[in-house]
Design a protein around this ligand. Structure first.
Ligand code: DUC
Ligand code: ZN
Ligand code: ZN
Length: 491
């Protein structure tokens, strides 16, 4: 017996038509008109869109950041993702300072024991030496085809230009994709202490410490180096005109360079959000910073004209009001137990969060929640807002990420032989986004009170139902690791 999705409006990146989809086991086995329902469970999809499960290639679950660790782990983050229509994501495994890539991978594999949706890993190189160079080819055997580097976070993650160029050369030879967080870390390291010394310590000054010019400069530098040797490059979380122009220039020259923005960069501004009264702006401290309404327009244009290929989240949630309860004492007594164990013991306890940056924005954990909001917000303001067709929505949220990151056509589309990661999306359902009802483990929502129309009412992963209305049917350990293939498409 299979599951037959009947009479839905099937949306792929290239097409939209009313039809049926048959799922047997974990795979789509037939797509057509009037497929016989005999012997199958029938899901009436009339009046609904049937779309591939969403893919988010940029998340940070359980990310150590300064004195804390981001809240959502592979359990809570996955549940929230699925309620928002995302069924696959790629998280960043990170080479620990002084450690190996294998150490980083092992750390993230441990986190993933809680997986409820499908997931992959990028490998972040934080310290390049001969041993690490020798480890890179082995990443392909682990199903990792993407290397992440930073031009920012001086003294922590930042690599010098020589190391960056060396990584690009080896990645090109191996058919891997280099991903970059592009901001000039040296300039930021100069600006930040000066702002603090001048008493400019509120969250809003986070933006002044990381102006758009340093994003544009670093993007241009990376695009130029990639173009010199034809190395595939993907610039993460692009926010502003300066970096978009740099990417556009490289693409016009025929360089294999691509990019994404994140949902928050379309909606939030320095003036209204980061500069909100009191400590409210802390909720929106992330790097690179949110920008201006002018930049929002630039980003919509860039996704429409294909300069940007994907919209991710950079999901990295921290309590607004954290640090509640005897955290350090309790953790010390329990051999520095995971923060999550501490919070499970008594849900009124909270690990440290944004309050770490009270009186000094430079001590604030960087990041915003969004894994659950991404598809809802982009459907509302992209599709309902007349900026994107349903097919363009699927292209950006599902198909392009699968193609660029070596998962297509297993993921990212509705086709015979593909994994049955399926959303039944009701375009008439009304919903108000709120921290009171979201599933992310965080005490605020960046889009609090936003009214949207349209959301997934049924979510399937490999033929298994994860979400049915408000009901959660997923289970810990139900998510599978996605082994990715090198030499992925350049879009
Ligand atoms: N930026 C953030 O805001 N958080 C996590 C890492 C990053 O680069
Ligand atoms: Zn980043
Ligand atoms: Zn990130």
């Amino acid at each position: 017996m299979g599951t037959l999705f009947k009479q839905g409006t099937i949306v792929t990146a290239g097409d939209q038509f009313v039809g049926d989809i048959l799922v047997e086991g974990e795979i789509i086995t037939l797509i057509g008109k009037d497929i016989s329902p005999e012997g199958h469970e029938v899901i009436d999809c009339a009046g609904k869109y049937v779309m591939p499960g969403g893919i988010d290639v940029h998340t940070h679950l359980e990310l150590p950041f300064g004195a804390t660790v981001s809240n959502d782990d592979f359990e809570t983050g996955h549940k929230a993702a699925a309620f928002g229509g995302t069924t696959s994501h790629i998280d960043f495994a990170i080479q620990p300072i002084g450690g190996t890539l294998a150490d980083g991978l092992a750390n993230w594999q441990k986190r993933a024991r809680l997986a409820q949706i499908d997931y992959g890993f990028h490998m972040t190189i934080t310290d390049l030496n001969e041993d690490v160079m020798a480890e890179i080819p082995g990443m392909l055997d682990e199903g990792i085809t993407t290397l992440k580097v930073f031009t920012a976070y001086k003294g922590v993650y930042q690599l010098d230009d020589g190391s960056l160029f060396r990584i690009m050369n080896v990645a090109k030879d191996l058919g891997m994709l280099v991903m970059v967080h592009a901001e000039n870390g040296d300039v930021e390291a100069y600006l930040k202490p000066r702002l603090i010394a001048e008493g400019k310590t509120d969250p809003v000054y986070h933006a002044a410490s990381r102006p758009p010019e340093i994003e544009g400069e670093a993007t241009n530098r990376m695009v130029t180096m990639a173009g010199m040797i034809d190395c595939p490059l993907y610039v993460v979380h692009m926010t502003c005109e300066q970096s978009i122009e740099a990417l556009r220039r490289g693409r016009k020259l025929g360089y294999p360079v691509m990019g994404e923005t994140c949902v928050q960069y379309f909606f939030l501004t320095v003036d209204e959000h980061l500069g909100a009264p009191g400590f409210e702006g802390a909720k929106y401290v992330a790097s690179p910073p949110i920008r201006s309404k002018h930049d929002h327009g630039i980003l919509w244009q860039a996704v429409q004209d294909g300069t940007l290929q994907h919209i991710s989240t950079d999901h990295c949630s921290f309590w607004y009001e954290g640090g509640i309860g005897p955290c350090e004492d309790w953790r010390a007594e329990h051999g520095n137990a995971d923060w999550a164990d501490f919070e499970r013991l008594d849900p009124s306890y909270r690990r440290p969060g944004k309050e770490l940056g009270l009186g000094d924005f430079s001590k604030m954990p960087n990041g915003m929640p969004g894994i659950e909001d991404r598809m809802l917000m982009i459907w509302e303001f992209g599709v309902n807002g007349g900026r994107l067709s349903p097919s363009k929505f699927v292209e950006l949220m599902c198909t392009n990420p699968a193609k660029m990151f070596g998962m297509y056509p297993k993921k990212g589309t509705l086709a015979v032989g593909s994994d049955a990661d399926i959303l039944v999306w009701d375009p008439t359902v009304e919903h108000v986004i709120s921290a009171d009802t979201h599933h992310m483990k965080v005490d605020y929502n960046c889009y609090e009170g936003t009214r949207i129309t349209g959301k997934p009412i049924l979510v399937y992963q490999r033929g298994n139902k994860l979400v049915d209305g408000d009901e959660w049917l997923g289970k810990i350990g139900g998510g599978q690791y996605i082994r990715r293939k090198p030499n992925a498409e350049i879009l």
